[in-house]
Design a protein around this ligand. Structure first.
Ligand SMILES: C[C@H](NC(=O)[C@@H](N)CCCCN)C(=O)O
Length: 432
């Protein structure tokens, strides 16, 4: 490769031409080092290949706005480099941090945060896949979840303090103090907005620079895409609904459960009830990294759902210290969130990702709305043991769906359970 080369008219060409020569050689062209004499075989197609390559080189060297830019850009501004992806990741995380910090303030917090939080989550998931698929996707989901949890925790701890400071400053309680506190909390949304705008700009810029294809022929986004969703995707949805209905509504009713069944004080019940989210903040990125390094998403989801089942059984049928069960729930929930949500990206084409994630959130929330009502009714009429048995049934259904997903994926030769090495090999073969 390193031989001196001259093009046919005798002009010296740059090192890039060596590469061009070698590429041409690979296409069936023989180059005689030093002389720049090219023997083509077959001549015409090789000459065409050379012409194409030289045209490409000229465009690059001439500094065409799109083609040349990525080579000249510093790492932080180059969308194909890790440094730039990390910048994008930072924006994605702060987008979630701020909005979830604010959501926790809303008077209708239990689910009604639908318009803001859930739509944001769809956008965040779609950005994550678009920027990190085939790279650090599970870790990115873990980090996003972690930042959302930190946002909520910071907020829960800060807002009471802020309210009392404003109360002391204004010398009164009531709506003015509450309004000012909420107003200050709302500033976090401005931070979110800035992150969202920056992300939108960087995303469009990357599309332009990297020539990411948008809306190829036939790739129109339609709501009716839903009817074409594959069986594995539907199973992912079922796992999601059946799993989350046994976690979020349980935490919603958990405080009373711990006071009534285990005789905890109100403060201790609050502490144990929040441990699931407290664990998920540091553990989600760790599990995300683990899933990235090992692959095998279905197996991790299976472990997470099975561990959740054990945790609910401990809470239902034993009087063991409930901290053990709740810590297990926290760990398994963090693992599930990192391994389950990124799987969607493996079973739908990129242009349907937003629809798929939107649909997943919708049915998750529909399930949560219905099950929360049913859970309340069971609690009122039958008490906590029945309620726990109900949650155990939901998790068991989720477990069954994971096993089905494993079998379907295997039968169809799907990629959901590939090891990290298999994924890497496939990526390399596509690059080649
Ligand atoms: C990752 C998973 N996300 C959800 O459940 C979404 N519905 C987003 C929730 C956003 C806050 N309402 C999770 O939080 O475990």
């Amino acid at each position: 490769v390193g031989v001196a080369a001259r093009d046919p008219p005798g002009r010296h060409v740059s090192a890039r031409s060596h590469v061009i020569g070698v590429r041409a050689a690979l296409r069936g062209v023989c180059i005689r080092p030093g002389l720049g004499v090219v023997t083509a075989f077959p001549f015409q197609s090789a000459a065409r290949a050379m012409e194409e390559e030289e045209e490409e080189a000229r465009a690059l060297l001439a500094g065409g706005p799109d083609q040349a830019a990525p080579r000249a850009l510093p790492a932080l501004c180059d969308p194909s480099r890790l440094a730039h992806r990390l910048l994008v990741l930072l924006l994605m995380c702060f987008l979630g941090f701020a909005i979830f910090a604010m959501i926790i303030l809303l008077p209708f917090r239990p689910r009604l945060n639908g318009i803001g939080g859930e739509s944001l989550a769809v956008a965040q998931n779609t950005y994550a896949v678009s920027w990190f698929k085939g790279k650090e996707l599970n870790l990115v989901f873990g980090l996003q979840l972690s930042m959302a949890r930190i946002g909520s925790t910071v907020n829960m701890n800060l807002m009471g303090w802020l309210y009392s400071k404003i109360e002391a400053l204004l010398g009164s309680t009531g709506h003015t103090t509450l309004g000012v506190t909420l107003m200050i909390g709302g500033i976090t949304c401005v931070l979110s907005l800035i992150c969202a705008l920056a992300l939108a700009y960087l995303d469009q810029r990357a599309e332009r620079i990297l020539h990411k294809e948008q809306g190829k022929a036939g790739e129109v986004i339609k709501l009716t895409d839903v009817k074409d969703f594959s069986l594995p995707l539907w199973l992912i949805f079922i796992i999601c609904v059946c799993y989350y209905v046994a976690v979020f509504p349980f935490i919603g009713l958990g405080k009373v459960f711990f006071t009534e069944k285990f005789g905890f004080s109100s403060q201790a019940a609050s502490a144990i009830n929040s441990v699931v989210y407290v664990i998920s903040a540091p553990m989600s990125p760790v599990f995300g990294l683990l899933v990235d390094k090992t692959g095998r998403n279905i197996i991790w989801v299976l472990c997470a759902v099975a561990a959740t089942l054990v945790s609910h059984m401990m809470l239902a049928f034993t009087m063991w210290n409930p901290w053990i069960a709740m810590c297990l729930l926290g760990i398994s929930y963090s693992l599930l969130a990192c391994a389950l949500w990124p799987m969607v990206a493996f079973v739908v084409p990129e242009h349907q990702l937003g629809t798929a994630y939107g649909f997943m959130q919708s049915i998750q929330n529909l399930g949560l709305a219905i099950i929360s009502i049913i859970a309340g009714m069971i609690l009122d009429s039958r008490g906590y043991l029945f309620l726990e048995v109900f949650f155990i049934a939901c998790v068991s259904l989720s477990l069954l769906s994971v096993v089905l997903l494993y079998l379907v994926n295997r039968a169809q030769g799907g990629n959901l359970n590939y090891s990290a090495r298999q994924r890497e090999e496939i990526k390399l073969s596509h690059t080649e």
